[in-house]
Design a protein around this ligand. Structure first.
Ligand SMILES: *Cc1c(COP(=O)(O)O)cnc(C)c1O
Length: 397
């Protein structure tokens, strides 16, 4: 959050996105400097002692703090409207660090069934080893969330829109439920970014990002960030200092520069995805499109209320099965066949055999990951070229 004495206090998001968190060095550089240093020197022994004891503020070691990392943290915190941010080495490190800092053996968490696959593995396989149990529920079923909360429940965890079927969670209702039961609500806001959705405004306690996706925006670096109230973030930072899943200053610097163009990019991704979804919805080889921007999507009204636009990710089912889906994917000559998203380059993937390949056939069926499903993360290329590349395979079906 920007303090009152700061000239950026009260500034609009577009201004914060390019200026928040910058600290100029004595060199007077205009663009943000990159502080590639693991440690810091002290003027004298007394200064070193004061900094180590915490009596005096200042950098000690880059596992704890680094000016480039701090700039990124302050800028994303300003955009999410968070008191504080703690950057991490990856999105998964952000999720792990949140859990390690805020949960203990015997605690329970409730998680949406439709979260990033590795998040499910982290909760189900690794947190369980330390006595933290998870109940998975249907993202959009408020009664299921309510019923799953028990006396040891500490945290509700979700993503909205979900991947790849773009289901929408009611953030206000879930935040109200969390508050009434004295548990924390954490939202992985990776698909929307603060440009499209600010979960803290709806009452969430914690926001998490894989910065690897849209915050970078060009598919270069891994990173993550956790945001929320200062007292919660102090716990998360305490874990990072002790365990070391720290964000590299270089990656932080890339993300800081990424934030400067985030709004323009998210608007372009969203506009192209909406146009592509509308085109796919009437294509004779397409059975169904999943994108909350389409009026017949079950989450459309809710998404309109809590998001500024519908984002860059959509999925669709072709008529047929795996063979037809693979034909469409293999016929593309421009799109990138890769699981990543949030890139300037459009990506295409077959969830059932890649991102969701670990699910059992029963879980795939119950979560709608059918063999004829294709996911697209729409990039910044000319829309006509993206459409023509998809049409190569679709028109031949
Ligand atoms: C990619 C992703 C993650 C994991 O982030 P990494 O940076 O790859 O560790 C978590 N949540 C969502 C929604 C993601 O898309």
């Amino acid at each position: 959050m920007i303090p009152e004495h700061d000239p950026l206090h009260g500034a609009a998001p577009d201004t914060l996105a390019v200026r928040a968190g910058q600290v100029r060095s004595a060199e007077g550089e205009h663009s943000e400097a990159l502080f590639l240093t693991s440690s810091y020197v002290f003027a004298n022994a007394a200064e070193a002692a004061a900094r180590f004891s915490g009596e005096r503020a200042g950098n000690v070691y880059s596992r704890y703090t680094n000016p480039s990392v701090r700039t990124f943290e302050q800028r994303i915190a300003a955009l999410e409207g968070a008191e504080q941010a703690v950057a991490t080495a990856s999105g998964m490190a952000a999720i792990l660090s949140t859990c390690m800092a805020l949960l203990q053996a015997g605690d329970h968490l409730v998680c949406s069934r439709s979260v990033f696959g590795t998040t499910t593995v982290l909760f189900d396989k690794f947190l369980a080893k330390f006595g933290v149990t998870t109940t998975f529920v249907e993202l959009t079923d408020l009664d299921a969330w309510r019923a799953a909360i028990g006396s040891r429940t500490r945290l509700l965890f979700l993503e909205t829109p979900s991947n790849p079927l773009a289901e929408i969670a009611d953030l206000g209702a879930l935040a109200e439920l969390a508050r009434s039961r004295g548990v924390l609500l954490a939202v992985d806001n990776c698909f929307c970014t603060p440009v499209l959705q600010r979960p803290l405004d709806w009452g969430a306690d914690i926001v998490i990002h894989s910065a690897t996706k849209y915050l970078d925006g060009q598919g270069r670096c891994l990173g993550g960030v956790v945001l929320g109230r200062a007292e919660l973030m102090a716990e998360v930072l305490g874990f990072i200092r002790s365990a070391g899943p720290t964000l590299s200053p270089f990656n932080a610097w890339v993300f800081t520069k990424g934030l400067e163009t985030l709004r323009l990019r998210m608007e372009a991704h969203s506009a192209s995805a909406l146009a592509l979804a509308e085109w796919l919805a009437v294509h004779p080889a397409v059975e169904r499109v999943f994108y909350a921007g389409l009026p017949d999507h079950p989450g459309h009204e809710l998404a309109r209320r809590q998001q500024r636009a519908f984002g860059g990710v959509l999925s669709f089912r072709v008529r047929g099965g795996r063979e037809q889906a693979w034909q469409v994917i293999d016929a593309t000559r421009i799109l990138s066949l890769t699981a990543n998203l949030g890139d300037a380059k459009t990506t295409i993937v077959h969830p059932a055999t890649t991102t969701h390949g670990r699910l059992s056939p029963a879980d795939k069926a119950s979560s709608g990951i059918t063999e004829n499903l294709i996911r697209i993360a729409v990039g910044l290329e000319d829309l006509a070229d993206i459409r023509a590349d998809l049409a190569r395979g679709l028109d031949a079906l």
